[in-house]
Design a protein around this ligand. Structure first.
Ligand SMILES: Nc1ncnc2c1ncn2[C@@H]1O[C@H](COP(=O)(O)OP(=O)(O)OP(=O)(O)O)[C@@H](O)[C@H]1O
Length: 318
């Protein structure tokens, strides 16, 4: 074969491979991450499985998240983006659940090019720069949703966000078909916050004191009062926010404070994932080292499952 015809043949092969890639986008996405990579049933199954296996003590969260996210992914014509506001005590799984949602839709999870995380104290630290942050946030979201309709935005530490900043994204969360040629209706916005944690704890404690089972707690026991308390909380990032006022938050998701037995479950999973032998004595020792509230009953871990992992290092270094 002459070099020139070999060259042509190779070009032909490359071209047909390229056409193959273009006409088989799924194949292309097998090698490179794609927007809308995993949808509907596949993403839903992954989400359900991960929540069932990995998330402890949060029956309400499982129920709401599965229903909200799967329903949204299966909807071919959503009227607005999905907006979830996750609330609860520290270490109860808010970041963990957002990671699970991201991983169910994009294999790369939080590292995916289509998943964007904002941390208030890191990305929006200065009160005097709010107007600049508002512009940046809008153009950042516009740019990313133009590139991929199924973009996921996670706003951590909402309670530390300066009041008013989050309202700058209101147009994107509303029921518009398009804004300047961009449709935001397939995007997902997740807000994380400790605001409302006291309210959730009060309801949980009340249940416990009345001898009722935690698992019998229903969303309606919490959701309405949670949204009101977040709206009226000056340190919630949602203080008098038009996002709540205009009902643009689809779900307020309450994370219950974790009990001693849940802390033990977290430790056990961590031991298994590190490949250590599961030693019940160590699990009990680490769980006993955590502090629990309220002062008298000592039911809930005041750091949830946070810090149990570093405590484990101590035992296994000995
Ligand atoms: N309910 C839970 N079930 C299983 N593991 C959990 C749960 N809650 C927390 N964890 C474990 O503890 C770690 C820390 O929790 P996470 O970062 O999700 O807490 P958080 O609610 O976001 O806290 P903060 O409000 O302080 O940001 C998680 O990565 C996970 O390993």
């Amino acid at each position: 074969v002459e070099p020139i015809s070999l060259g042509l043949a190779l070009c032909g092969a490359a071209a047909s491979a390229l056409t193959g890639f273009i006409s088989y986008p799924r194949l292309y996405c097998y090698f490179r991450e794609c927007c809308l990579q995993r949808e509907g049933t596949r993403a839903g199954a992954a989400l359900q499985e991960d929540l069932d296996k990995k998330l402890f003590g949060q029956h309400l969260v499982k129920k709401v998240i599965v229903k909200a996210v799967i329903g949204f992914l299966n909807n071919t014509n959503p009227k607005k983006p999905l907006t979830l506001s996750l609330h609860g005590w520290t270490g109860t799984g808010k970041n963990f659940v957002s990671k699970i949602i991201a991983e169910s839709i994009y294999e790369g999870g939080l590292n995916s090019n289509y998943v964007h995380q904002f941390v208030s104290t890191l990305h929006f630290p200065h009160a005097h720069s709010i107007s600049q942050y508002k512009d940046q946030l809008q153009s950042w979201i516009r740019g990313n949703v133009s590139a991929c309709a199924r973009s996921i935005f996670i706003f951590d530490e909402m309670d530390k966000m300066h009041a008013g900043l989050i309202d700058s994204i209101k147009p994107f969360l509303d029921y518009y078909e398009q804004l300047d040629g961009v449709s935001y209706r397939r995007a997902i916005f997740i807000f994380l916050s400790n605001a409302g944690a006291e309210k959730i704890t009060d309801v949980a404690l009340d249940f416990w004191r009345r001898g009722r089972k935690r698992e019998n707690m229903e969303l309606r026991d919490l959701e309405a009062s949670l949204s009101v308390s977040v709206f009226n909380n000056k340190n919630s990032g949602f203080w008098h926010s038009s996002l709540i006022d205009r009902n643009l938050i689809d779900y307020f998701v309450p994370f219950l404070p974790l009990e001693y037995k849940h802390v033990k479950m977290c430790i056990r999973v961590e031991l298994e994932s590190r490949g250590y032998v599961v030693d019940e004595e160590i699990i009990t020792k680490v769980a006993d080292e955590m502090t629990y509230f309220p002062k008298d009953e000592k039911i809930y871990s005041d750091k949830g499952c946070k810090t149990v992992f570093t405590k484990l290092d101590f035992y296994y270094d000995l």
